[in-house]
Design a protein around this ligand. Structure first.
Ligand code: UD1
Length: 366
């Protein structure tokens, strides 16, 4: 591949920011590259976006597309039309996208149509569940990418099966682990436990925002039953995603959740506070993607409220177990954790904080 000098790195939604933080910093300091950071504005609140730029010392975006929320088609289309203008102006050699959010799909599609090369960080992951918007984003992005940065072995196998060229696939490990390692001291200095009046190991962390868990009143009712049973056993701390509080309000259920005595609902947290909260927790109950990786690295038990995962290594090697929305399975797993019977798990290859360095090596010698 010819030299990749002018690089646009894209970030749009919360889980993108930690993935590109170090990469942008390193590319901007390296004279061999000209790097522009484009923020699509998919996430725009202080707590969903700005706080990560501050804490992870991400340079101010060079371009802000300001697309905001909307239906999937609306959001994707807005990102595409605004990003196309940026590409036509800047004429980069490469666009780097990360993860599986709508910004990832929209920007890779726009670049590919203009014959600009695309590198995808966290490529090859598959849940094999096309009802998840993220799965569609992953499949389309990988079909259009030229360089694949893969976090775990399953990703390599998926890409090969789908016909990707072997020489374009680079198993570099999980970028999610890089800031956990790099910011370890700042994470340990977080005062979040004191602020929330918590003692290490005396609480569990909850995150829930997937459409498949929170979008209907029936699902939320099932979730309520589960949280009610779990919070009888241990205090649950829940930094609530705006989508979920929206849905609870729409279905007139917010008060019911608020009244659960040992469910502590709080605003979304910044990066340092959130990782500290997870690090000192007894376990995590979640439907997130990336948190499955962070908990495996930190050896914290993780119960994932989904029927599938695109990150099978966290189940096969790590601390993760898929529990769906099955109250029996969940309470049994919680009892097992609370009686100290959970496995500590092993950490997959290259989840060591040096993934960004491996990505840079590939970009410097394409
Ligand atoms: C997106 C990603 C999901 C990721 C999640 C992490 C897609 C398809 N989904 O889901 O993979 O796990 O981010 O947070 O890209 N909102 C705010 N403030 C914001 C952003 C959103 O209030 O800064 C609210 C709006 O009501 C919006 C809703 O959250 O309509 C959903 O936001 P959106 O970006 O569409 O998807 P997420 O559910 O956040």
């Amino acid at each position: 591949m010819s030299q990749l000098k002018r690089i646009i790195v894209v970030a749009g939604a919360r889980p993108n920011f930690m993935k590109i933080a170090r990469l942008v910093e390193r590319l901007k300091k390296n004279r061999g590259f000209e790097c522009l950071l484009v923020h699509t504005g998919q996430h725009y609140d202080f707590v969903m976006s700005e706080v990560f730029f501050q804490e992870l010392r991400i340079p101010k975006p060079d371009v802000f597309l300001n697309v905001g929320s909307g239906s999937h088609a609306e959001q994707t289309a807005k990102i595409m039309t605004t990003f196309e203008a940026v590409l036509l102006d800047e004429k980069p050699d490469l666009v780097v996208v990360a993860g599986d959010v709508n910004s990832t799909l929209a920007c890779s599609l726009t670049a590919a149509k203009l014959h600009i090369k695309v590198a995808h960080i966290e490529s090859g992951l598959r849940s094999f569940d096309r009802t998840m918007p993220e799965e569609i984003n992953r499949i389309v992005t990988d079909a259009l990418s030229d360089i694949y940065f893969v976090s775990e072995q399953s990703g390599v196998e998926n890409l090969i099966r789908e016909g990707a060229a072997k020489k374009s696939i680079h198993l570099v490990g999980s970028v999610m682990i890089d800031p956990v390692v790099r910011m370890a001291k700042a994470i340990d200095r977080s005062r979040i436990l004191r602020r929330l009046d918590l003692k290490p190991q005396n609480y569990a962390v909850l995150t829930l925002h997937r459409p498949s868990n929170v979008d209907s009143a029936e699902m939320l009712a099932e979730i309520y039953e589960i949280l009610s049973a779990v919070s009888e056993r241990i205090r649950l701390v829940y930094p609530i995603h705006p989508r979920t509080s929206d849905r609870m309000q729409t279905h007139d259920l917010l008060n019911q959740f608020t009244e659960l005595k040992d469910l502590q609902m709080i605003e979304p947290l910044g990066y340092l506070d959130f990782v500290k909260l997870v690090k000192d927790s007894r376990f995590v109950l979640t439907d997130s993607g990336s948190i499955q990786e962070e908990t495996t690295y930190l050896h914290i038990p993780c119960l994932t409220m989904r029927d599938n995962t695109e990150r099978p290594s966290t189940v096969e090697m790590g601390t993760n177990k898929l529990v769906g929305r099955d109250k029996k399975v969940i309470t049994k797993a919680v009892d097992c954790i609370l009686t100290g019977k959970w496995r500590p798990g092993r950490v997959p290859r290259y989840w060591d904080g040096k993934t960004t360095e491996r990505i840079l090596d590939v970009l410097a010698n394409p």
